[in-house]
Write a protein that binds this ligand. Sequence first.
Ligand code: 2NE
Length: 270
Amino acid sequence: IVWKEIKKYEDILFEFHEGIAKITINRPHVRNAFTPTTTMEMSDAFRISREDPKIRVVVLTGAGDKAFCSGGDQNVKGKGGYVGPDGVPRLNILDVQKQIRSIPKPVIAMVNGFAIGGGHVLHLVCDLSIASENAIFGQTGPRVGSFDAGLGASYMARCIGQKKTREIWFLCRKYNAQEALDMGLVNKVVPLDQLEEEVVAWAKEIMLLSPLAIRLIKAGLNAELDGQIGIQELAGDATLLYYLTDEAQEGKNAFLEKRKPDFDQYPMFP
Ligand code: 2NE
């Protein structure tokens, strides 16, 4: 599979292949732990992925064959958050989590090794997770002075249930790929040398389907969990569809032409 660079960054790779954008955390010396720079770059790549109509599916992964992502880089963890070049402590990985959920395109986690701590939450919030046989999953927060009681806890519980989620967070154990598959944390496990091929095959299968249908299913699944923001996003999609109708055009045209709108000409559905 030949990937073409979309944009150059310091901490991530951002590449394209036949409708698929691939975001790779490229810090293998720390098992792809992220700093504020990494997360800002990821946010930018997700923003571009959202805007670019050529991109239909986004793949998130880590560089090398050892780790997907090991969470926040403990070397830059200060008081109040992870400290970037500007000296400001941040927890801006949460912004990336929100982007992954709200981008109206499927995001597939290609879990090629350790998915630990904040790195585990990252794969969790992706729409689909495909893992290699060597992948290892787990949370470490309560061991290293951190936690993610947001999506990292509540969305995990929605995915795999309360008991398993409490086990994962209260004991901070590690789980292998088969255990992750058994508890519904991932969709499929394949040998490492087949991982990218498998992920691209899933992405291509998705791209045979209606993008608007996929978009609305994702919005509907999110809306059930995300309260008013979830409904806002689903409603935004409904508005998008409405704007595509002649009925909506008639309202705008009537205003601009300074006449009463004639909505009677459009069909009413039961
Ligand atoms: C990931 C894991 C299990 C890998 O173990 P192993 O044995 O394969 O590698 P090793 O030797 O531990 O790590 C290789 C190098 O990567 C660094 C290590 O310090 C080591 O460096 P050198 O000794 O070669 O110099 N490294 C690995 N993970 C790092 C990290 N997160 N930050 C900085 N350096 C890291 C094992 O390495 C591990 O358990 N890593 C720590 C995982 C962790 O606790 N992450 C933070 C969780 S908290 C979090 O992510 C978070 C949150 O809870 C809430 C919001 C946002 C973030």
